[in-house]
Ligand binder design. Structure first.
Ligand SMILES: [Zn+2]
Length: 265
């Protein structure tokens, strides 16, 4: 009897799957923007990725067939913002839906006259309070991928931001960061960023930070989090206070000893 159980039990078990060394190495190599991580951080990232693979469903859409490499790459990048906080921070949602590149979502809107307008929107990602998280998948090596852009980090940070029911740029903060400090720091940087873009629309072309961050405070947090991981030096140069605060929030410091966070007591 035991042998019968042992054949199906592992598949039905909610416990997280093991990640083979080969698979981990291949996915890790494909994400060079993370290669500043210490061996301890990398080990924790691997454990967090493993937990997420067990806890969340990752499903392909629009014909995308997921393989273990894609699943792990998505779980790994989802694990970045919650590396030290734990998977509990993602408790409100259970599913990640992955599209092969950008995707079209049909929308409906009722105007003040009660007329229903139908239209389509092309998206790279979308997060709902209770899930799912929709993301476009691009091969990390894809040369067309603009620098500093990371749809995965963007959407997963939105889900953290939704902790208070709103996408307002204020996630649930750990005890060591005050809401006042967070709001003051982010409001100042957001206002500055929006004003710069307004004063010089040409700057949008040259800005090392994605102008989409100027949409609203929720997008600003998501976009600056992308830059924190993907192009940390650019973020630290323009908004060192935001870099420092995100370093404390994520418990990570991509710039290491040269970062503006390192000089802090
Ligand atoms: Zn967004």
């Amino acid at each position: 009897m035991f042998s019968v159980f042992s054949r199906w039990w592992p598949r039905r078990s909610p416990s997280s799957p093991q990640i083979s060394a080969d698979l981990w190495d291949a996915v890790w190599r494909s994400l060079p923007f993370l290669h500043w991580m210490s061996p301890t951080e990398q080990a924790l990232l691997r454990e967090r990725s493993r937990e997420l693979l067990g806890l969340k469903q990752i499903n392909g859409a629009a014909g995308l067939v997921l393989n273990d490499h894609i699943r792990l790459s998505i779980a790994l990048q989802a694990a970045l913002p919650i590396l030290h906080r734990g998977c509990e921070a993602y408790r409100n949602w259970a599913e990640i839906v992955v599209y092969p590149g950008d995707f079209i979502i049909p929308r409906q809107e009722v105007d003040e006259n009660g007329v229903v307008h139908e239209y389509e929107e092309t998206l790279l990602g979308e997060a709902w309070i209770e899930g799912p998280v929709l993301v476009a998948w691009f091969e990390p090596e894809d040369g067309d991928r603009p620098e500093g852009i990371n749809v995965l980090i963007h959407e997963f940070v939105h889900t953290l931001d939704m902790g208070n029911g709103k996408v307002d740029g204020v996630p649930t903060l750990p005890a060591e960061i005050s809401y006042k400090e967070w709001q003051t720091t982010f409001a100042a940087a957001f206002t500055d960023f929006a004003q710069r873009l307004e004063a010089d629309p040409g700057w949008a072309e040259e800005s090392p930070l994605d102008p989409y961050g100027a949409e609203n405070p929720g997008e600003f947090l998501a976009v600056m989090s992308e830059h924190f991981f993907e192009t940390p030096a650019a973020l630290a140069r323009l908004y060192p206070d935001v870099y420092r605060l995100l370093a404390r929030y994520f418990g990570l410091d991509p710039l290491g000893p040269s970062s503006p966070g390192a000089s802090q007591p």
